[in-house]
Write a protein that binds this ligand. Structure first.
Ligand code: ADP
Ligand code: MG
Length: 238
């Protein structure tokens, strides 16, 4: 399960209206991309969903349950950070299992869950290596593995590929799509890159200055952009 509903979400930082009344529902199992120019509020919206920031107004519902007042750890969501967030002194296996160890799961269970995640990510041969012995793409997969073992309701990614070179970025996009096909868990993916959005998403939320300009499939955005902003941003002919 992993339906995420935002109801009239508002976020202000002092005088600044960063998120201006956003309501939308990401369906269970969907791959949704939040796209928009720098500063439009993508990261803020993601942080409101995870609870890393408090909303100024509105509700966040996960599978119908109001989690607005819950701490990030109580929301069963996994935020995937960039690969540099790995622990350099821990092996791949220990990096992936870290969250489970901290929460005191039995060793045998940790080993099994780490192995399952490593298989899904094709990291099995590297379990005893350290992050410095891995390629950029492998490190990124370890970062995703840390999220997978926790069996979250949804994965949230904030520009996870922006530090990678162009070729690796293309490869990682395909791997994330494959992973989504395999896990069928809800994914919300933030990027400022239209191409990334168009190639990865089931549906795209186009954000501009804290508002949703359009929320629809890539094809619908291209064929029937709601306005000039969407047309310009997506690069459709309208
Ligand atoms: P994006 O991820 O789309 O680039 P952000 O969500 O990071 O945009 O930022 C949206 C706006 O909110 C920006 O104007 C940014 O400066 C502002 N902002 C973000 N976080 C804070 C904060 N903690 N305090 C004050 N302003 C913030
Ligand atoms: Mg951002």
């Amino acid at each position: 399960m992993g339906e995420i509903a935002l109801q009239n979400i508002v976020k202000r930082f002092g005088e600044l209206d960063v998120i201006r009344n956003i309501s939308l529902t990401v369906k269970d199992g969907e791959f949704v991309v939040f796209v928009g120019p720098s500063g439009c509020g993508k990261s803020s919206l993601l942080r409101l969903i995870t609870g890393l920031e408090d909303v100024s107004d509105g509700q966040v519902l996960i599978d119908g349950r109001d989690v607005t007042k819950l701490a990030p750890s109580e929301r069963q969501l996994a935020m995937v950070f960039q690969s540099y967030a790995l622990f350099p002194h821990l092996t791949v296996a220990d990096n992936i299992g870290f969250g489970l160890r901290v929460s005191g799961r039995p060793k045998k269970e940790i080993r099994e869950r780490v192995l399952t995640a490593a298989r899904a990510l094709e990291l099995e041969p590297y379990l005893d290596r350290f992050p410095r012995q891995l390629s950029g793409g492998q490190r990124q997969r370890v970062a995703i593995g840390r999220a997978i073992v926790r069996a979250p309701s949804a994965f949230l990614f904030d520009e996870p590929l922006s530090n990678l070179d162009a070729a690796l970025r293309v490869q990682m996009r395909l791997e994330l799509i494959r992973l989504h096909d395999e896990l069928k868990t809800t994914m919300i993916y933030v990027t400022h890159d239209q191409v990334e959005a168009m190639t990865m998403a089931d549906r795209i939320v186009v954000l501009n200055a804290g508002r949703v300009e359009q929320f629809d499939t890539p094809i619908a955005l291209y064929d029937a952009p709601a306005n000039r902003f969407v047309a310009g941003f997506i690069g459709s002919p309208k």
